[in-house]
Design a protein around this ligand. Structure first.
Ligand SMILES: [Zn+2]
Length: 87
């Protein structure tokens, strides 16, 4: 196996593993609040505020899952356009 084929096989394996992770567990901890759902009190802010990025849920969709959902919506829109054009 040439190094190039090995690199391609490794990339495909990593992609398949990431797809499996996105299918099994689509959400992960929010990067801004580390999954707490609220900002930590700091020097000027005494009380924790709900996280603005995850709206207090502490979770975010993984990038792969977001891409999957986007492609599903795009395919649904294209199907709807095609079906509307027939009638
Ligand atoms: Zn957050």
């Amino acid at each position: 196996m040439t190094p190039f084929a090995g690199a391609i096989a490794c990339l495909i394996l990593v992609t398949l593993c990431y797809s499996a992770v996105c299918a099994v567990s689509p959400f992960t901890a929010c990067r801004k609040c580390a999954g707490f759902g609220a900002t930590q009190p700091g020097r000027f802010r005494r009380h924790p505020q709900p996280c603005r990025r995850c709206y207090g849920s502490g979770r975010r969709l993984r990038l792969g899952r977001r891409l999957h959902n986007h492609s599903l919506r795009a395919a649904e829109g294209a199907r709807r356009l095609r079906d509307d054009a027939r009638h």
